[in-house]
Design a protein around this ligand. Structure first.
Ligand code: 5AD
Ligand code: SF4
Length: 474
């Protein structure tokens, strides 16, 4: 099926938002004159890297609107909850915070509460907020992120409660201001949305159809990161392997990577997430032949049972996945692998689960992110029968962790005595006498170093091993 083409939101619309930002900045200046300080915002992010990056855009717009930042609800004049709805526990946390914010707002009526992100793309959540959390001033969905200045103006200038969850169609926004976390590693979105409809997953319903950014816009952003001194980027998309199908000329992900390698100076390139059904041999070749592309791959398998993969609508078999991994390892020996696994999908039998364990033993990932299945309203699997009892899920989850922790540890043990190249991200959070950084394979290394290596690539000799990190000296 031919996809409808993605377009870019007009420059005139960006200018319109810029004018709303100017007005808000004037209001912030008046606030400063009155209070001796600018208004403070606290942006709290739930969920995945895509949300982390969206929060960098929200903070970028807030910064243009004259806000400074704090890291507690108590100190804030404006709170943004950037929500996730992939699993139920993330949603529960948000409602917990909204309850606490209700009390804060009673004490401080001027407090502005904003809720955005994936949760707000679900009508039943918006209804709940409307009826039970009247302390919330502004609700907007992922499709309206670039209109945050205009929507906030409705609250600031007109004192309205604003709910905006309309969809914009096949559009992407460019040029939204960004306040990036850190100066070494940057997130770069290459596409939005997902067309895969895995039966457990809410993402296609809340993030919409796949929409790719134009290669030239992506390259321009990365060149700017070069100029600002960034060394490492992670390209983001729900399924980066289907990049470009919705663009004129259908540039694919492999060609985008090749362009980034040759047209920018960025030293390390990572990407996530890849879908096993779309990881082409051509992409594997591009990865293997470009030293700037990190020898690292996140390839969620979800289950090792072909029967369950079919029920999940993943469109590959256990054997397909293993064949892809075999090819990846042949072309990139020593590549660092990671995966996602769901435990307790409806109908999961002991035999299905054991297929997952044996797959993990065969693939030997450096890391596996394990999730207990969480039914999501509106997804097909939420109506499937075969609910797995909680005690069975718990038992399987623990067995899965035991297997993966052993494998992770065994892989890490092979690093003892080796020298690895680390991009230093700053002082270690746990031990201020040390520095922390990542290897090409994305392993965290805490290390000692005589001079200040922040932002530099350093060779580190590994002297100690933890399950989740390595220790060493420069
Ligand atoms: N329940 C549990 N885990 C889920 N994931 C996505 N949807 C669900 C769900 N309903 C997991 C998948 C995906 C990761 C980002 O979250 O493993 O790869
Ligand atoms: Fe969800 Fe599947 Fe899309 Fe990933 S590929 S976001 S799991 S629907």
């Amino acid at each position: 099926m031919q996809k409808s083409k993605t377009t870019v939101i007009s420059a005139a619309e960006n200018e319109r938002q810029a004018r709303f930002m100017d007005t808000a900045a004037a209001q912030s200046a008046a606030f400063s004159a009155e209070n001796g300080r600018p208004p403070r915002a606290f942006v709290r992010t739930f969920g995945c890297q895509m949300n982390e990056h969206d929060s960098e855009k929200i903070s970028g717009m807030l910064s243009c609107m004259g806000y400074s930042f704090c890291d507690s609800f108590e100190d804030a004049d404006l709170v943004v909850l950037n929500t996730c709805c992939v699993r139920e526990n993330a949603e529960e946390k948000v409602f917990g915070h909204l309850g606490a914010l209700k009390a804060l707002k009673r004490a401080r009526p001027g407090l502005i509460t904003v809720v955005c992100g994936c949760m707000t793309e679900q009508p039943h959540v918006v209804d709940d907020i409307k009826s039970k959390y009247r302390n919330v001033d502004l609700v907007f969905g992922t499709h309206n992120l670039h209109r945050f200045p205009e929507l906030l103006a409705g609250v600031l200038s007109e004192g309205k409660r604003v709910y905006e969850i309309s969809r914009t169609g096949n559009e992407v926004a460019e040029g939204v201001p960004l306040l990036r976390e850190g100066r070494i590693h940057a997130w770069v979105t290459i596409m939005y949305g997902c067309d895969n409809y895995c039966t457990y997953c809410i993402v296609p319903y809340v993030r919409g159809r796949e929409r790719s950014r134009r290669p030239d816009d992506i390259i321009a952003e990365i060149r700017q990161l070069d100029d600002e001194g960034f060394s490492e980027i992670t390209l983001l998309g729900q399924n980066v392997n289907s990049y470009g199908k919705d663009l004129e000329g259908s540039p694919d992900f492999a060609s985008l990577l090749t362009r980034i390698c040759s047209e920018t100076k960025i030293r390390r390139i990572r990407f996530m997430t890849s879908h096993p059904k779309d990881l082409s041999p051509r992409l594997i070749d591009v990865m293997a032949s470009n030293p700037k592309i990190c020898s690292q791959l996140h390839l969620p398998v979800q289950s090792g049972s072909t029967r369950l993969l079919k029920r999940m609508n993943r469109k590959y078999t256990r054997e397909d996945y293993l064949a892809t991994i075999k090819l990846v390892k042949e072309k990139m020996p020593g590549i660092a692998l990671s995966t996602d696994i769901i435990v307790g999908f409806p109908g999961e039998t002991e035999e299905d689960f054991e297929d997952t364990l044996t797959l993990l033993e065969e693939v030997r990932c450096d890391q596996a992110f394990t999730f207990i299945y969480s039914p999501r309203t509106g997804t097909p699997a939420a109506a499937y029968d075969g609910r797995v009892p909680d005690d069975v899920i718990k038992n399987r989850f623990e067995r899965l962790l035991a297997v993966q922790n052993r494998i992770s540890r065994e892989i890490n043990d092979t690093f003892l005595g080796r020298t690895v190249n680390v991009l230093c991200e700053g002082p270690s959070k746990t031990d201020p006498s040390k520095f922390t950084g990542r290897t090409e394979g994305n392993k965290i290394v805490n290390f000692t170093c005589a001079d200040n290596p922040c932002g530099k690539f350093v060779d580190v000799e590994i002297t100690g091993i933890q399950t989740w990190s390595l220790e060493g000296r420069a």
